[in-house]
Design a protein around this ligand. Structure first.
Ligand code: URA
Length: 235
């Protein structure tokens, strides 16, 4: 059992003070009855809560898939640039959301945003062996020898080591690459070690979860239960 005001705050309805005002203003109903006290205790999983007639679809945590556009940063706040959180529609905004695994500012594609820290940690950890698939366009040709070096694992001159990647060439200068780590600028640095520059990068898959191609850039939607599990498929 939880307090009504706490539940409403957790669902992004407003601050503690704002929701108290809504309750006292008789804008909130619980199972059809007008609630009058912020401290009213109820089970958020079973109670039907409405605010100004709009049903609260209670979810303990949110798991959002976004088709990230270039030009925004994967952060919760930034002094200079817009963040991915600013692209979220009103109904998917709440405190505590953060991107689970970053994409560079100029990278597009599949980004997951959640407020479930444990789940995100599992996703990001290299120990989970979740492969992330990227589509990259290069400024030159990826040779078979270059592909083999990526597949064997690459060590940079500064000592940084990248685990073996899976490489699928789509054209001389277009390639799908799968990696199970998320080191800073990893894909770009791996190709740079071969003397190639990545001119376009898009993440298309995390584990068994593919980017929903019907989402336009900047659009997002909640993950289904199956998709939430698909993320951890190790293949
Ligand atoms: N590797 C990169 O270089 N950039 C990304 O955004 C993701 C992986």
């Amino acid at each position: 059992m939880e307090r009504l005001d706490k539940i409403l705050v957790s669902q992004g309805v407003g601050s503690r003070r704002e929701v108290a005002k809504l309750i006292r203003g008789k804008c909130v109903t619980v199972n059809g009855e007008t609630a009058t006290k912020p401290e009213l205790k109820l089970d958020p999983e079973t109670a039907q809560i409405k605010v100004n007639g709009r049903q609260i679809n209670y979810r303990e945590h949110l798991y959002i898939m976004m088709n990230k556009p270039a030009g925004v940063v994967s952060a919760t706040e930034d002094r200079l640039d817009d963040t991915v959180l600013q692209l979220l529609p009103e109904e998917l905004r709440r405190a505590g959301l953060f991107p689970a695994g970053r994409l560079d500012k100029d990278t597009e594609g599949l980004l997951i945003i959640t407020d479930d820290g444990k789940w995100a940690h599992r996703l990001i950890s290299p120990k989970s062996h979740v492969y992330k698939r990227y589509f990259a366009t290069l400024d030159g040709e990826l040779t078979d020898e270059g592909a083999q070096r990526l597949e064997a694992g690459i060590k940079l001159r500064d000592g940084t080591e990248f685990l073996p990647a899976r490489v699928y060439k789509a054209a001389d200068d277009k390639v799908f690459i799968e990696i199970c780590e998320g080191k800073f600028h990893q894909v770009k640095r791996m190709f740079s070690a071969l003397g190639l520059t990545v001119t376009y990068l898009r993440r298309v898959k995390i584990g068994g979860l593919e980017l929903d191609e019907s989402l336009a850039l900047s659009e997002c939607r909640e993950l289904t239960e199956e998709e939430k599990s698909a993320v951890f498929v190790v293949k």
